[in-house]
Design a binder for this molecule. Structure first.
Ligand SMILES: *[C@@H]1O[C@H](CO)[C@@H](O)[C@H](O)[C@H]1NC(C)=O
Ligand SMILES: *[C@@H]1O[C@H](CO)[C@@H](O)[C@H](O)[C@H]1NC(C)=O
Length: 534
């Protein structure tokens, strides 16, 4: 506050102006609804994204894993294949807790829906797991963390402690940002985001003029990562130059109780939309029929859009005339009018009423915030990077070696990687990367090739191969740090008697599936490609 003030008096303004600022400032300070002031530098100009922000992991958020709550990992998979085994293997190598396979051996019934309706199983089966009466009766269960993720296209490359500390760092940053955006509505409405979803470049599959898309806030990423092409269709394809801004449901992580609220609402919406045809907001193509042909993603994207729509309703509701006056003299105040955004270059001046033909929504403020689900996005790809429209945004990099030579071909539309900025994240455990990693020349994090988002300098915990280039799952396997190291590590883990290998992997059918059954010997040729004795 004081800094803002002193910035102002440096300018030649009249005494009357100063007096006005003083009195309104005093009024503001003594007002009972004073919003907690954010000191963090990034929040002073929340709408300016032209600077390179420090990603939220550049702080020493140390969460001791023992002190952290239990983590339940749920993998929706009706059957096994090589890609499922790759996901499982990376979790074993890195020391993740034993996951539970959900929707295991389910029959695909609903024809005409994506994956035979299996996308919906992500919602229903996860709910079954967290609503299980026996689990629910355990004290503290609702505060334990649950993570649900795509089982066929995600690889882990960093340990679980990093995942947990980043989950907390993302929320800390997001809540500070939303507090600034919403002003006093944030505290008065008790907003607190606790469920993190992935982020992607497209509002998809939803219709852009629907509430799922138009109210979504600006991306907090620097707005020059693709130079003048940023957020335009100029790129390797129509979407490659956009910043991550929209929800992607490849992974969800949050406290059980909060994730339950999200999924129960998703289930209601699923019931509403699964027989829907010709929705009022449809563009006439029938694109939105049957929840966009059975897309669970479409439901979460819509929930996020509604949440953001009503956050803007709340922001307006809690403002007073004094705020309007103050905003004129103090720029960038918490809760001030958000600047225009756009949806694929079409301007959105008013997030509740964009000028283009759009799905109408009710702007009435509702007590009890029924559309608020505490959903936050992993904009910086700290947990996971979505490869969709972003394959050229990443490289496997040994951070201890000069980076420039490792970049290879940089296309004319690619981001210009700030090579001097690329560095190993400071939240990786020091010393030996993994306790079970032994060898004559021990590997260090900076000598191992790590999948790195080179436009914003992040080393994600997970690589989410959701790009249409599905062959990347074979191609990139040999670029990972575990390539030609996996077999001995895997055997170390077996010797340690980790539950995945000693007891098996539990399923929601109550069975235990043995590793050898899920990932039979013949798959080892690919899993342990080019390794000794394979
Ligand atoms: C992280 O923060 C430290 C000190 O705050 C700074 O010196 C360093 O350059 C930052 N690193 C990155 C990658 O921003
Ligand atoms: C909007 O919602 C409020 C509260 O539920 C209701 O009273 C009002 O009639 C609605 N307005 C419209 C235009 O539907």
């Amino acid at each position: 506050m004081f800094q803002l003030f002193s910035n102002r008096v440096r300018r030649p303004i009249s005494l009357v102006g100063i007096a006005f600022v003083f009195s309104t400032l005093a009024l503001y300070i003594i007002a009972p609804y004073t919003v907690q002031q954010q000191t963090s530098e990034i929040l002073k100009q929340p709408w300016t994204t032209s600077r390179i922000y420090k990603p939220p992991n550049n702080q020493t958020t140390t969460i001791s894993p023992a002190a952290d709550k239990k983590l339940h990992i749920l993998l929706p998979a009706t059957r096994s294949n090589i890609n499922f085994c790759k996901t499982l293997l990376t979790m074993i190598l890195l020391g993740y807790p034993n996951p539970t396979i959900i929707a295991w051996a389910d029959q695909d019934r609903a024809s005409g829906l994506l994956g035979g309706g299996s996308h919906f199983a992500k919602i229903t089966r996860t709910l079954d797991y967290i609503n299980d009466p026996k689990r629910r009766s355990q004290p503290g269960f609702d505060e334990e963390l649950v993570m649900m993720l795509d089982a066929y296209d995600i690889w882990f490359q960093l340990p679980v402690d990093v995942l947990l500390s980043r989950y907390h760092a993302i929320l800390e940053e997001e809540n500070a940002r939303v507090a600034h955006r919403m002003g006093r509505a944030f505290t008065q409405e008790g907003i607190n985001s606790r469920v993190v979803f992935g982020a992607g470049k497209r509002c998809a599959p939803n219709i852009l003029t629907s509430v799922a898309c138009y109210p979504v806030p600006e991306s907090p990423l620097p707005n020059d990562i693709y130079g003048g092409n940023t957020d335009t269709f100029v790129g390797t394809n129509q979407w490659s130059s956009y910043r991550t801004r929209y929800l992607n449901s490849g992974y969800i992580i949050g406290p059980v109780g909060e994730v339950r609220r999200v999924l129960e609402r998703a289930l209601e919406k699923l019931e509403e939309c699964q027989n829907r045809k010709g929705a009022s907001f449809d563009d006439g193509t029938g694109a939105s029929d049957a929840c966009y042909r059975g897309s669970d993603q479409s439901i979460f994207v819509e929930m996020f859009g509604e949440q953001e729509y009503y956050r803007e309703v709340m922001r307006r509701h809690h403002r007073t005339r004094v705020d309007d006056m103050l905003d004129k003299v103090i720029p960038g105040r918490a809760g001030s009018k958000p600047p225009p955004t756009d949806i694929q270059q079409v301007p959105v001046l008013d997030r509740l009423e964009p000028a283009f033909t759009h799905q109408q929504y009710n702007k009435t403020h509702l007590p009890g915030k029924p559309y608020e689900f505490g959903i936050a996005l992993d904009y910086w790809s700290l947990l996971g990077h979505q490869t969709s429209n972003a394959v050229t945004d990443a490289r496997y990099i040994r951070h201890g070696l000069p980076v420039k030579q490792q970049l290879g071909k940089v296309g004319k539309f690619d981001c210009v990687p700030k090579t001097d900025m690329l560095s190993l994240p400071n939240d990786l455990p020091g010393g030996q990367p993994l306790p079970w990693m032994r060898g004559s020349v021990p590997d260090m994090w900076d000598t191992m090739p790590l999948y790195t988002e080179i436009c914003i300098n992040t080393v994600p915990v997970m690589i989410h191969h959701n790009s249409v280039e599905k062959y990347q799952r074979e191609r990139q396997w040999s670029q990972t740090w575990w390539y030609r190291r996996a077999k001995p590590l895997f055997e170390e883990r077996r010797k340690e008697g980790i539950p995945q290998l000693a007891e098996g992997i539990p399923t929601d059918r109550g069975t235990m599936e043995q590793w050898e059954r899920i990932c039979p010997k013949f798959l080892e040729k690919e899993l342990f490609r080019n390794e000794k004795g394979n």
